[in-house]
Design a protein around this ligand. Structure first.
Ligand SMILES: Cc1ncc(COP(=O)(O)O)c(C=O)c1O
Length: 376
């Protein structure tokens, strides 16, 4: 076994602060001094900055990415029991939002080469009660939006894009999150655009939806104590908005850093027959870099080997949403979505974040090479 005494974390939350410390300290200090902790001017400034970046009519900041999905669904006037299609191979947030609001999550399959929604599965699972699709651009790669939008148009469905892992990415020259009816994102510290706590946003070109979402995020009120809808208390803290205003101008550069690391991994791991590498796409933002193994034993073996040598990795995701205990009553069983189920056994996410040094990238590659040579 190689004996590297190193520690490469899966993610380094402090790096963003250290790189722009001066500006962030100043921005936070300003909020602390002004005392506008809730809905201070930095929040609307950020909404306007992000709208300009995305080239979208309206951005409504909110508490986190899960709330963003709830707010999007709440705005659509769906009825209890209406069906919303969601890829099962995903973080649980979308399914939670659908179920919490009394709608029915219908889990669909993903494609093995992109980890994104399989359009054939959308067609297959369509019923008279299907009202919306939540498209998740997983790990930073765009879904096949032309096909998704065509299916939605034919069946009169709403499309919500979850860009929590792909903010800044684009499809046919248009920013992800602005192609469907509503886009939702998270500013959780691991995301492409991150704050120093929880944060999220909803965006749309539909001014009617935007007006409603703005109210829904603030207790459903159109003015103080005048409540038109049953809403949420979901606001982006002024301090987090101030941090995001500092970070946003760097977003493209941060994504470029991720792409450079991805290119290094792609070039240096491509000769390893037992590993499948992620799809190459110029618009991929590589929020995660996930590789696939032929089986769980080999995946778990490499994970353990890397951990013993000081390298953290993650399994995104160990169990598809349709098999989570939380959804046991939905009636899904093992074998219903075989691609999603198999991916959970085969996938491993490698460290990828701005600031991951070239030395550490090279050590990760040599550890993987040495493990796969030994287990040939
Ligand atoms: C694809 C996706 N959607 C939604 C969320 C939820 O975001 P938050 O943690 O801000 O609620 C996440 C968070 O990891 C995510 O990865």
């Amino acid at each position: 076994m190689l004996d590297f005494k190193l520690k490469i974390p899966f993610f380094e939350a402090k790096a963003a602060y250290h790189h722009r410390r001066e500006f962030i300290d100043e921005a936070i200090q300003k909020v602390l001094s002004n005392g506008n902790y809730i809905n201070g001017p930095e929040v609307s400034e950020f909404a306007s900055n992000l709208a300009t970046y995305l080239n979208v009519e309206q951005v409504i900041p909110c508490g986190n990415g899960t709330d963003a999905l709830c707010l999007a669904l709440m705005a659509l006037d769906l009825n209890p029991g209406d069906e919303v299609m969601i890829p099962s191979f995903n973080f649980i947030a979308a399914a939670e939002a659908v179920a919490l609001l009394g709608f029915k999550p219908v889990f669909v399959e993903v494609k093995e080469d992109s980890f994104n929604v399989d359009c054939a599965s959308l067609e297959k699972n369509m019923t008279k009660r299907t009202k919306a699709i939540i498209v998740v651009h997983l790990f930073g790669l765009s879904s096949q939006m032309e096909q998704v939008l065509a299916i939605a148009r034919r069946n009169n469905l709403f499309v919500i894009e979850d860009v929590a892992q792909s903010l800044g990415g684009s499809y046919n020259g248009q920013k992800l999150g602005t192609l469907g009816h509503i886009g939702c994102t998270s500013f959780f510290p691991t995301k492409n655009l991150a704050c120093f706590g929880d944060g999220g946003a909803v965006f749309t070109n539909d001014l009617g939806l935007a007006k409603k979402i703005k109210m829904l995020a603030n207790h459903g009120q159109q003015k103080k104590y005048d409540h038109v809808y049953i809403g949420l208390n979901s606001r982006l803290d002024t301090i987090q908005a101030a941090v995001l205003n500092v970070q946003l101008p760097w977003l493209d550069e941060l994504i470029e850093n991720r792409r450079k690391i991805a290119v290094y991994y792609l070039q240096n791991l491509k000769g390893i027959a037992s590993i499948s590498l992620p799809q190459v796409d110029d618009n991929h933002t590589y929020n995660q870099f996930c590789i696939l193994f032929k089986d769980k034993e080999m995946r778990d073996g490499l994970k353990k080997f890397l951990a013993e040598n000081g390298v953290d990795t993650m399994v995104y995701y160990p169990l598809p949403t349709h098999l989570q205990l939380a959804f046991a009553k939905s009636g899904y069983k093992l074998g219903d979505l075989p691609v999603s189920e198999r991916l959970c056994d085969q996938i491993l996410a490698l460290p990828i974040y701005p600031g991951l040094s070239t030395e550490n990238q090279s050590l990760i590659v040599s550890l993987i090479t040495s493990f796969t040579n030994e287990t040939k």
